[in-house]
Write a protein that binds this ligand. Structure first.
Ligand code: ATP
Length: 232
C-alpha cells in the first residue's frame, strides 16, 4: 500500500463491502459523478493518476488514491475486484481507457460503466464487453437540443421512442380537471406528476386541476412529447 498516496480514513477493501462504487478518472465528468454519488449516500473510491486532482478530492470522497489504472497489480492492491460497480471515466486518453476497461473485465467486475468520447471509442468498449457505454457529451447535446427548441425544462429519453419531460403546463390545461382536458386522447401524452410551489411533487389524478406556476412531468412517445412541449 505504501506505493500509493492514500487519502481518507478507511481502506478500500472495507468500503467495498458497503453500497459503494469505484470511479476511475476524476476529470469533470468523473468528479461530478463521484460527488453526486456521495451526496446520495454511496461510498466512493476515486482513482486518478494526477496528484493535484487527487488532492482536490481529498475530503470530498470516501477514499481517493493516486494510481495508474492501467496496471493490474495496482487495481488488485486497491481491492477493485471486491467492488461490484465501477465507473471508468477516462475519456481523452483512449488508450488508458481501453487498457483499464480490459483489466476491469478480466477482474470480472459485474457492473462496469465506461465513458466514450467518440463513436469509435464506444464501439471498442462495447466489443470488449463493457455493459454500459455512456456518451455524456453526445447525450447532453441531444438533450439540450430538445430543451432549446421548446418550453421544456428537462428532457429524458427512455429507450428508443419514449421520453419524460418536465415543463410548465400549457394554458389549455390550466384550471380544468385533467380528466376533462383529455390530455392523453388529444395530445397522446400522460401527465404523470406535478409540482406545486410550497407543496412539492404529487402524482396526478383525473381530478387534478393545474394552476399557473405549477410544473408538470409528462411521459409519452417522443414525437408526441416534443409536440406537446411546444405548446404555450
Ligand atoms: P473530462 O471531460 O471528464 O474532464 P476527459 O474526457 O478529458 O475528462 P481525461 O482527461 O482523459 O478525460 O481523463 C480524466 C481523468 O482521468 C484525468 O483527471 C486523468 O488524470 C485521469 N486519468 C487518465 N489516465 C489515467 C490512468 N491511466 N490512471 C488513472 N487516472 C487516469
Amino acid at each position: 500500500m505504501a506505493k500509493f498516496s492514500l487519502f481518507g480514513h478507511e481502506q478500500p477493501n472495507r468500503i467495498a463491502e458497503a453500497d459503494s462504487v469505484v470511479v476511475i478518472g476524476l476529470g469533470r465528468f468523473g468528479s461530478s459523478l463521484a460527488v453526486e454519488l456521495m451526496a446520495n449516500g454511496t461510498e466512493v473510491l476515486g482513482i486518478d493518476g494526477n496528484e493535484e486532482i487527487v488532492q482536490n478530492h481529498n475530503g470530498l470522497l470516501t477514499h481517493v488514491v493516486r494510481a495508474d489504472s492501467t496496471k493490474e497489480a495496482t487495481l488488485r492492491q486497491l481491492s477493485v475486484p471486491d467492488f461490484d460497480r465501477v465507473v471508468l471515466a477516462i475519456g481523452g486518453d483512449v488508450t488508458a481507457s481501453i487498457l483499464t476497461a480490459s483489466l476491469l473485465l478480466k477482474l470480472e467486475i459485474p457492473n462496469i460503466w465506461a465513458k466514450a468520447v467518440s463513436d469509435q471509442h464506444g464501439a471498442i468498449l462495447e466489443q470488449l464487453g463493457i455493459g454500459h457505454v455512456i456518451y455524456p457529451e453526445k447525450d447532453m447535446g441531444r438533450r439540450v437540443a430538445h430543451l432549446v427548441r421548446g418550453a421544456m425544462q428537462d428532457y429524458l429519453e427512455v429507450g428508443d421512442d419514449f421520453a419524460l419531460v418536465k415543463m410548465a403546463p400549457p394554458q389549455a390545461l390550466i384550471g380544468v380537471p385533467l380528466g376533462q382536458s383529455k390530455v392523453r386522447g388529444v395530445y397522446g401524452v400522460t401527465v404523470t406528476a406535478f409540482f406545486r410551489p410550497g407543496a412539492g411533487w404529487s402524482y396526478t389524478t383525473l381530478d387534478t386541476v393545474l394552476a399557473d406556476g405549477d410544473v408538470i412531468l409528462i411521459a409519452g412517445n417522443m414525437a408526441k412529447v416534443e409536440a406537446f412541449g411546444q405548446l404555450r
